[in-house]
Design a protein around this ligand. Sequence first.
Ligand code: PEP
Ligand code: MG
Length: 754
Amino acid sequence: MRKDNIDLICSVAELSGLFEKRSNVGGFLQDVVELVAAHMHSDVCSIYLYDERRDDLVLRATRGLNQESVDSVRLSLGEGLTGLSLKQLRPIRDGNVTENPDFKRIPQINEEGYNSFLAVPIRRGLTRIGVISLQHKKANYFGEHDMKALRAIASQLAATLENASLLMDIHEEHGESEVVTGDGPDAVITGISAGTGIGIGKAVHLDSADALASPQLSRLPTVEEEVERFKRAIEATRSQLEQLQIETERSFSDVASLIFSSHLLMLRDEEFSGQMLDSVRDGVNPGEAVQMVVGRYVKLFSGMNNPRLQEKVQDVKDLGHRILRNLGEAKSEHGDYSGQVVIAGELYPSELVKLAAQHVEGIVIGGTTVTSHISILARSLDIPVVFTRNEKILLVPENTDLIVDGPSGTIYIEPDKTTRKKYEKERASDRRRLDRDTGVPRECRSACGERVRIMANVNLINDIRFAKRNHAEGVGLYRSEFPFIVRNDFPSEEEQHAIYRKIIEQMEGQEIVLRTLDIGGDKLVARDGGGAQEANPFLGQRGIRFSLANPDIFSDQLRAMLRAGAGADLSIMFPMISGVDEFMRAREHLNECKESLRTEGVAFNENPSVGAMIELPSAIDIAGDLDRNADFLCVGTNDLIMYLLGVDRTNDRVSNLYVSHHPAVLRSIARLVEHVHDPANRLSICGEAAGDPHMVQFFLGLGIRRLSVEPRRIPSLKSLIGATELSRAAGIAGEMLSISSAEELRKYLSDRAS
Ligand code: PEP
Ligand code: MG
């Protein structure tokens, strides 16, 4: 059927003009959807407007869907095809949405039976205003023409709708506090996912030292009773911390040595608890006494420039929190973060480990951007963590019910019963899955019977149990920087040796690739005195550059690796290699370490394989030369994509540009493969893309047979490869290399997935 597109665009322009004279915004929007639906011969037309305060979309008008859902249905950015259209600021057209995994069916709006879907974002420059969408029962109903027309309409409407949206927000604001809360339909904040799993619990602010309620007493306690209560709380805190230190060292021995030592030290310090006790003896309520002293220490540490002391600020707050919980007696059995979701403005890696050890349910980091070490660590610790720039999260009152959906990066504030039930179910099944032997095959073979080696990326020793359960064939990447980053220190050769030895022993003779320190960029270790601040840390002293500039630290690490690898299948790999000279200098340093160990008569691995990571565009161009000088090469796609495309891997403003299927990325990797002799055995991929189902066939198609991924991704990766014919994968890789547009490649991959 012909659609009256031109007439429509003119009518919409007229309508926009009329808007200024109307008093009812809802009525205006309804006029628009009626008009557009009629002219486009569409069964449904809906307008969703972006609510900046809540960072989500609200259905504001519809012709064809349930009218009762207007003003109540909310979608977070990226949720469903509508949310995705606004998040990625691109039109989405689908002739059969039921097949589309991104399509989200919302039960209460009666959208069953509509097969065709077309959504166009409404924007003013970079400002998101909303989405206009059409739906029709007939499959493949909307064509390229309709999309163009709807885009024209969206741009006609943009200015008017921006005003409409503001007005609606102002109307709704009356009576609402500044704080984001929800009742009935959830208040939802979308952020960036940094961890796995689901966290459900009560909000607690890491940055506040609010007192918990004292126990309800029928009469006012005497000073002696309060002194006793305070002493009991201090004693409980001390014994919990000692126990916690023992347990944490058992589970996180690589990163958690003495991690609670400053808590214990402070607790024993007469000045700290003594000042509190004196105040209680003077008749001050114990909760207040704790807050007063904690506040004084926080001020003291915050005023110092040394980053090590800055970190202590959090330790004092954390300790105060624990004492307060223990003062609340009935409120918490362990004084830890069980049943709580922590909200923080920023978080150090060591705090993340401390919170994990104290059984935190989930973490929301507000008003800041993602840091890759926190994301990587959160996944290894199995904590749902979401980063959001939306500072409103910091205003959520303590004890508010929260749900943190780690994988999607969504935070639900005061979720309704249905949402809560759904997530409780999901969390329970997640936990069962983690505890179960998943029956993953030991060997990985393609459908045509060829071996593909799947190894594990290990960040913490904690990852090894999953690696083994999923039958990883070795460790393809051990990120050795985590003990440094979490401890905020440079562990000695002996301490490092103990960690590497444990990894090697636990993997029972399988191949282990230890990567030397990759700090710098946003993976920071605060050096004494703060170290030199770099204007562009990603282009600064990162990875191998740091090691070469700090030969003593480099030697400690290489000696620890060589010694731990005695008698083992050991490989050592250097990160961020930009050229042959750098690689040869690192290799030379390794030889010197061997020489010194030989002279000392210490047992070590004489012949580890020595490899270079390919993470910089320059390394691609000299791949042949690197290949001649190295024993193996390993592609770090996380950084390679960033440096090739000039897109910061941690910046959510440009996350839509950070794509592994960009033609430049694909062609660079293909070029690399051409220059490596025996790529099946000497080349591996260890960035996130190695576990991305869309990319795996491409890698296999190029002849790559070694992939290293997060242990939890191994089962799905092995089953995907088991269903892949390698000749077909080669065809796919060839087709992908012939496409020059990233958008077309995205379509190609999503068509193949459906
Ligand atoms: C990479 O860059 O792909 C990689 C594996 O290293 P990291 O993520 O530790 O920088
Ligand atoms: Mg890297």
